[in-house]
Design a protein around this ligand. Structure first.
Ligand SMILES: [Zn+2]
Length: 96
């Protein structure tokens, strides 16, 4: 399994998977499931300022999926950035 984990490109990974499949069908199915889960699509909810990749809610900045959705909606991306990143918040932080 470590050989498959160390593969840096898909063709080599598939080759290692075939070797694993010859040894253990269960291990093969487990590993192929990881690839399928990795191809999941992410869904950005602009109203909640969330994305299923979780970067949006963790950073307060729109993730690439949210940026794509915002651009598709032809909206202003600045509306979706957390208030802590605004100039007003910065100034308030450093004003005695
Ligand atoms: Zn995302």
């Amino acid at each position: 399994m470590w050989r498959a984990a160390k593969c840096t490109y898909l063709a080599a990974w598939e080759k290692e998977l075939m070797k694993i499949r010859a040894i253990s069908e269960g291990a093969y199915r487990h590993l192929i499931g990881i690839l399928i889960r990795g191809r999941d699509k992410f869904v950005a909810d602009l109203l909640k300022k969330e994305c299923t990749c979780r970067k949006f809610q963790m950073t307060g900045l729109p993730c690439p999926h949210a940026v794509s959705a915002i651009n598709c909606a032809k909206d202003d991306i600045r509306k979706y950035v957390a208030s802590c990143y605004t100039k007003a918040a910065y100034v308030a932080c450093y004003t005695p």
